[in-house]
Design a protein around this ligand. Sequence first.
Ligand code: NDP
Ligand SMILES: C/C=C/C(C)=O
Length: 689
Amino acid sequence: MVIAKKITINNRFDGMPKPSDFKTIEEELPPLKPGEFLAEAVFLSVDPYMRAYAHNIPLGATMVGSQVAKIIESRNDKYPVGKHVVGKFDWRSHTISSGLPTVIQGAGNAPAPYLVPDLGNLPMSYLLGVLGMPGSTAYFGFLDICKPKNGEVVAVSGAAGAVGSIVGQIAKIEGCKVVGITGSEDKGRFLVDGLGFDGFVNYKTDDVAKKLDQLVPEGIDCYFDNVAGEISSTVIGHMRDYGFVGPFRPTTMMWKTRPENYLYQERSGEAFQQILKWLQAGRMKYHETITKGFDNMVAAFIEMLQGKNLGKAIVKVAKSSLQSRLTLYSPITTNGINKHQMPSSPIKRAISGGVNMVKARRYIFEKQFEGLPKSTDLRLVEEELPPIKDGEFLAEAVYLSVDPYMRAYAPRLSLGRTFIGSQVAKIIESKNDKFPVGKYVVGEFGWRTHSISDGRPLEVGRPGAWLAPELEGLPLSYTLGILGMPGNTAYFGFLELCKPKSGETVAVTGAAGAVGSIVGQIAKIKGCTVIGIAGSDEKGKWLVNELKFDHFINYKDPDFEKKLAQAAPKGIDCYFDNVGGQISTTIMNKMNLFGRVAVCGAISGYNDKSAARADPVQFPLVFSQLKMEGFVVHRWADRWFEGILQNKKWIKEGKLRYKETVTEGFENMFKAFVDMLQGGNTGKAIVKV
Ligand SMILES: NC(=O)C1=CN([C@@H]2O[C@H](COP(=O)(O)OP(=O)(O)OC[C@H]3O[C@@H](n4cnc5c(N)ncnc54)[C@H](OP(=O)(O)O)[C@@H]3O)[C@@H](O)[C@H]2O)C=CC1
Ligand SMILES: C/C=C/C(C)=O
């Protein structure tokens, strides 16, 4: 007769779990049936996921978890007495198992118990960490999702924990510069001096943004996020991107979890073999914080959640009455970051300037915006342009675009320059055969009436000028919308990142705007059910009655969440995010397993004076295994005309409809801009000179 102990969950956790939320129960185990074996726990794993999954566990049920256990009785030849086995046996001292996989509530099947393989001199407890689930998480999660390259900069949060400490070391093996983010100086020093990280940020005492500026001024290429919240927002804000200040980087942010349930289970041997080799070759180090005694499970769990562990937290079941805590870590003292030079990227400046000829009007960026832009932040001036040189042309603006990105990029712009923006302009003089007089050119010339250009980008990483496509009778202004940047944003961003399938449900925010209205219509062309979300019921009528969206929800409606659930009874498969913020988190919480999120913009926060607050998206990302990816449309610069031609074809076939909100007069640029930021436009906002 065996008396087993199990630890059950007694209360729903309210914040940090308390000892009183658990109950230890002793029970007598029944005799084994044929096919079963009895295993006695030797090491139990303590992991953060237990906190996250706890709400799926019925009160009174045993806490979930894995362990290494010794087989002490068996009626199953595959599991002989005396062998050790790794299994999802939960928080129990003794377990009867038939060797079949078990279900983790809300997370699919856990692998079947397996016999401990030959580990050479390494301890069995490693199978709960570096050679088990946390090791596989680091190996696949980092290598497959971040796809690090030699010389890149990697940041990892939760860096001194089971997963993070392995991620950082794999990054070093891959030749990356690695910064760990952790909650104590001791841990930070351990990362640098013990594991070879290049630097660390103590998120409790450092100004994270400033410290990242010091450690990795070149920006971060890969971020392995273990923590979510403000730290992650700051790190992501520090990532290299496609902007005015850094080298071209097509993916500003890639956040995805696996596209298939437990896909890595069948490849777990690959992670095991590779990590075992690294450990045996001394290329990877591993640390455990071991708590002794089954009765200390709860204490070990709470302390791990409080960040008291270094490396993997485990519990070793002591047969003796010794119930002590032991840490295998001894702090190492030298501090500092290893010098590691990354190539810096030059910024090329504007090309025009010189002697006076033609009178141009332009808006100077006079004062950095604070909240909603004020008219005094820009200044309209007149200037005389010089004669054009060989290779240049002079173009006169016909339509100018006002776009949300102008507000979003403003903090990176230097004062005194012409304010940014695209226009379609008529070439009125030319010394460049590629841009003949009389043709129309689309270019990022800024807010100005006349521009001299040689067709090349004004700044590194920005698009150059191109001749307007053949319009076949469509209005010239379309080149700033559906047959230009916003049309391509919808076409590539939606199709390439959401990869919609017929029958799926698609949600799009900013649905009545330039990009969103095209996304929703392309989703209809692809056979999807479309939910459009925008800020006025009038816009909603246009979306449903004219563009044939299936549903409209006004995000200002206090019943937004309820209406979303009604509109998407089968959940949401694809989300095209134009707005960010809490609306986006609410939508992501309604997404189906393996859903896809294309992050196009975050206009809900562009005018915020302080950081916007929203519930973290990492919860649905992880537990619904969503793939979320940010993009800048110029990623598809080499396929630019594919998008334009396809959208034109759909317009011609009557499958795409298009609307513009046109403001007359160059002197009304600012008004048009601010109206658009406040939702005054339906479809594309443009200014006619
Ligand atoms: N990643 C990329 O390459 C690109 C990204 N973008 C992004 O796509 C998004 C849409 O751009 P675009 O279609 O040109 O602009 P829109 O034509 O959609 O105009 C902006 C709209 O944003 C909405 N809006 C304003 N404030 C809020 C708020 N607090 N919450 C929710 N919605 C708000 C308003 O509509 P409403 O009445 O519904 O509130 C407004 O009409 C932007 O975020 C932009 O930055 C655009 C082009 C390229
Ligand atoms: C190119 C446009 C980018 C955003 C964020 O609007």
